[in-house]
Write a protein that binds this ligand. Structure first.
Ligand code: HEC
Ligand code: HEC
Length: 283
């Protein structure tokens, strides 16, 4: 297996790979115990797993240890940078985020655990990135961020971090969220690319197996944006989605496209009950 390159990785290779259970350990951050295992949501019915598991349980000891210690976690620098941006005036209206939302540790506490969220005005689900862009354009007269601009990643990391420990819980009853959930589910099981793999081929059927040095987790989103050692920076959720699609040798969908927004709704639901761990640490 070790000699297999990605080029010959198909369903067959996935079916025969080495397997290991996730570790049975407790994740405590700043004295607070995270929920890394939870019963799978039962509404709507049909979740693939009986219990949902944080990706932290699948990482190596050193990576797990780095996330447990806020002083060691490099992603905490991005949280700090995000706080600076929060307090910085930008745009023609002469406002900062703090002008309206004041102290984020109060006004944003728990907010990130409930995204993506239905936005009636836009008629679609918003993730934090789209909500921030709406505030920038409508409330600050500032430009929307380019996808994966450093400021965008830092601000999202900062806001999500205000929900550290809070269980992910999204409202599927609002607006047309269920039709986005359905679309996301379809996309999750759709096989794409030269390798003919769906998200489920790796994160469901091959969950617990190894691809090269990577222990395949359930592909949960509760730790995003995540700090990655291999790039030395924060990775946004849509960047991760795009990377996973690219690995099937398919064309990458655009960030914030309907396709990826639907996947974000569906995968958030697949991880309901898990604590927000932003910034999680990955290899
Ligand atoms: C002029 C005031 C104003 C400014 C400046 C502003 N916002 Fe907002 N923001 C609002 C209002 C009003 C809402 C709620 C209504 C809505 O969704 O538009 C909101 C909603 C939000 C929400 C959603 C909260 C929830 O409970 O779902 C987030 C997140 C947010 N803003 C982030 C930001 C960030 C980050 C900035 C700076 C880049 C910012 N806002 C700048 C007025 C502002
Ligand atoms: C070829 C196998 C493969 C496919 C197909 C695949 N992924 Fe992944 N994915 C990985 C690997 C490997 C990782 C890194 C190790 C891990 O967390 O499982 C990963 C990580 C992730 C993560 C981050 C998990 C964490 O805790 O950091 C998410 C989210 C994710 N994938 C979502 C998806 C989605 C959505 C799809 C379908 C569009 C998909 N993946 C398709 C292999 C795959």
């Amino acid at each position: 297996m070790a000699l297999l390159g990605f080029s010959c990785l198909g369903s067959l290779a996935l079916a025969s790979g080495a397997y290991a259970d996730p570790v049975d350990e407790t994740l405590t951050i700043d004295g607070e115990e995270m929920i890394t295992v939870a019963p799978a949501p039962t509404e709507p019915p049909g979740h693939a797993f009986e219990q949902v598991e944080s990706g932290w349980l699948y990482r190596e000891a050193e990576t797990r240890a780095t996330q447990m210690d806020s002083f060691e976690n490099p992603g905490m620098l991005n949280v700090e940078r995000g706080e600076e941006i929060w307090n910085t005036v930008d745009g023609d209206a002469g406002k900062s985020c703090a002008t309206c939302h004041e102290d984020a540790s109060e006004t944003m506490a728990g907010v990130g655990a409930h995204y993506p969220k239905w936005n009636a005005k836009a008629g679609k689900p918003f993730n934090l990135e789209l909500q921030i862009d709406a505030c920038r354009t409508e409330n600050m007269q500032a430009e929307p961020y380019k996808f994966d601009a450093q400021d965008q990643k830092d601000l999202v990391t900062f806001i999500r971090h205000q929900s550290l420990g809070e269980p992910v819980d999204i409202d599927l009853a609002e607006g047309e969220m269920m039709s986005w959930w359905e679309k996301g589910k379809e996309r999750y099981y759709l096989r794409t690319g030269q390798l003919d793999l769906s998200c489920a081929s790796c994160h469901e059927s091959a969950n617990g197996k190894y691809i090269r040095a990577d222990h395949l987790s359930q592909g949960q989103t509760n730790g995003f944006p995540t700090y990655r050692f291999n790039t030395g920076g924060m990775v946004s959720l849509h960047n991760r989605f795009r990377g996973c699609v690219r690995d099937t040798r398919a064309e990458m969908p655009k960030a914030f496209s309907d396709e990826l927004m639907a996947l974000e709704v569906y995968t958030a639901w697949r991880g309901e009950g898990l604590s927000v761990e932003t910034p999680a640490v990955r290899q």
